[in-house]
Design a protein around this ligand. Structure first.
Ligand code: GDP
Ligand code: MG
Length: 303
């Protein structure tokens, strides 16, 4: 029996190379988990893929994106911290195009890193290559930027070639038990976070007007493949007067809350979200244990 492998994989790469496409395709409807507070850690969880033989925890490294924009300064501390302690780095590139300045900059950041087990260059979009541009020559161009890395050519759009990439990543992960129990990685986790984000957005816009008297329940959370996720949620307030405030004139306040929350949820999950909100009055919900239990989700206890 092969030993179980598990680890954190930082996903880096220029915009548009297919990072979201890959993550969404890999995780599909099976699992989707994001970390609740990106700012509490230098890394953001993009998703966790648990298979029979391995657990791959994909994380984002915000530092490297910023570093890309600081021209001339290749390595800043933030980028290093962001990539610190991961087990593996997956550097995704657009194999249908030649490397440019930005790729060179990423390569130079990655070269400076000391505490990682290695880098895999995911040469994506090979389905777009015309026969004249050989896969070999594209692999070489990118491989030359970072000779220590291994290049895997694939297409995020093709299931077969995605699993080749996954096999390669698993091979490079340490033998280790799963970090997260597989059953914890249902969308339930993301549901909780979505509820939190909606509540946060509401409190941001309403500030003192509905102090703490607000609870959020996710009524539906459905992944709809390519088009993203559909989320329906109810905001509970304690008094009739608060309902009007949350909805706002012509529904504008609720729209604002929904739009802000939607953007947060989208950026967490890396895919589009259709968010539908409604408001209900539940008098004295805060003292109602049953009400809280019925939610089935963790609710932030009012402080
Ligand atoms: P990100 O900015 O790195 O997250 O890139 P996206 O995942 O948003 O992808 C950018 C564009 O590239 C989208 O239009 C994708 O459909 C497309 N794309 C991603 N992977 C592939 C691939 O393997 N082949 C082709 N032809 N297009 C791809
Ligand atoms: Mg993206």
């Amino acid at each position: 029996m092969t030993e179980f492998r598990s680890g954190f994989i930082a996903l880096v790469g220029k915009p548009n190379v297919g990072k979201s496409t890959l993550i969404n395709a890999l995780l599909g409807q099976k699992v989707a988990a994001v970390s609740p507070r990106p700012q509490t850690t230098r890394r953001r969880q993009l998703g966790i893929l648990t298979t029979e033989i391995a657990q791959l925890i994909f994380v984002d490294s915000p530092g490297i994106h910023k570093a890309q924009h600081k021209l001339g300064k290749f390595l800043n501390q933030e980028a290093e911290e962001g990539l610190n302690g991961v087990d593996l780095i997956l550097w995704l590139v657009d194999g249908s195009q030649d490397p440019d300045d930005e790729d060179e900059m990423i390569a130079s950041i990655l070269k400076e890193l000391k505490r990682t087990r290695g880098v895999v260059i995911g040469l994506n979009k090979i389905d777009k290559l015309d026969p004249a541009q050989g896969i070999g020559s594209q692999s070489e161009k990118y491989g030359n930027l970072l000779p220590s890395a291994e290049v895997v050519a694939f297409s995020a759009l093709q299931p077969g070639s995605r699993s080749e990439l996954v096999s390669k990543l698993i091979e490079k992960l340490p033998v280790r038990e799963a970090e997260f129990p597989p059953d914890q990685l249902t969308d339930l986790y993301e549901r909780e976070i979505a509820a939190d984000l909606i509540r946060e957005a509401a409190l941001f816009f309403l500030r003192d007007e509905v102090p703490h008297g607000l609870a959020v329940r996710i009524d539906e959370f459905t992944e709809r493949g390519e088009v993203g996720a559909y989320i329906a949620a109810t905001l509970f307030v304690e008094r009739d007067s608060q309902k009007g405030i949350v909805i706002g004139e012509k529904g504008l306040m609720l729209k604002k809350i929904g739009s802000a929350a939607r953007q947060e949820i989208e950026s967490m999950g890396g895919r589009k979200v259709f968010l539908q909100l409604r408001v209900k009055v539940a008098k004295g919900w805060r003292n109602d244990e049953n009400f809280l239990n019925r939610f089935g989700y963790k609710i932030k206890k009012p402080s």
